[in-house]
Ligand binder design. Sequence first.
Ligand SMILES: Nc1ncnc2c1ncn2[C@@H]1O[C@H](COP(=O)(O)OP(=O)(O)OP(=O)(O)O)[C@@H](O)[C@H]1O
Ligand SMILES: [Mg+2]
Length: 242
Amino acid sequence: MKLILCGKGGCGKSTLATLLARSYAADGKQVLVVDSDESNFGLHRQLGLPLPDDFTHYFGHKKGIYADGAADVFEGGWHLSDLPAEYCSVDGTIRLMAIGKIHDAGEGCACAMGSLNRIFLEHLVLDEDEMCIVDTEAGVEHFGRGVDQFADAILMVADPSYESIMLTDKISDMAKTFGKPVYIVLNKVDAAQEAMMRESIQNSDKIIAALPADAAILAAGLKGDPLTAALLEVDAIKEALE
Ligand SMILES: Nc1ncnc2c1ncn2[C@@H]1O[C@H](COP(=O)(O)OP(=O)(O)OP(=O)(O)O)[C@@H](O)[C@H]1O
Ligand SMILES: [Mg+2]
């Protein structure tokens, strides 16, 4: 399954990507985590892995992705075994790839990363026991770029904020355009906030889990430590996705 996580800034996309990756790996699955956030550097730390080299570099130069057409490289489909080892950080059955980061002032826009992410996801071929989790940048640019059309499911993370509530409608509409199922996970909510959000979100039937604000996750996030906490609620997410 190819799963895309999305939501507003700071809602918990990377945290949930990490929790799910660990949980699927514990089930014995081969897990590919794709870091497609060109700005933030948190995911690899949460996974406790070194940041892999930008996958855009595989194509020589970012612009090569437009000029030469990365699609030719992926012709015939790519399996996990085709991923170049020098662009992966590995921990057991978890593999992390980073599409590309903005490193320097004035280096240009992130269009090449977005287009590579879309082409890669389109051509990625997964077996039954393999899982791909795509962590995205905040907002909906990846929808605009058409990345999400190549996912099997879209997981929207919503923190307790009006902006997240509004975004659930927008993302549900955009997912519908691509004919993809959308699931909503409430994150960092207490019981009162969960009840309020369930009332306010139009597609509340799509809410599959509500995660509490967890002290250990918060502390790891503050220190930049690997995420070692596990949340029971993650099992409900996996069940709903099945
Ligand atoms: N359930 C939770 N309990 C406590 N803290 C959490 C929880 N989920 C996320 N956090 C914290 O919230 C912060 C933002 O989380 P995270 O980086 O996962 O969000 P994000 O959506 O990936 O952000 P960005 O849009 O910047 O990529 C982090 O410090 C993280 O530790
Ligand atoms: Mg993130």
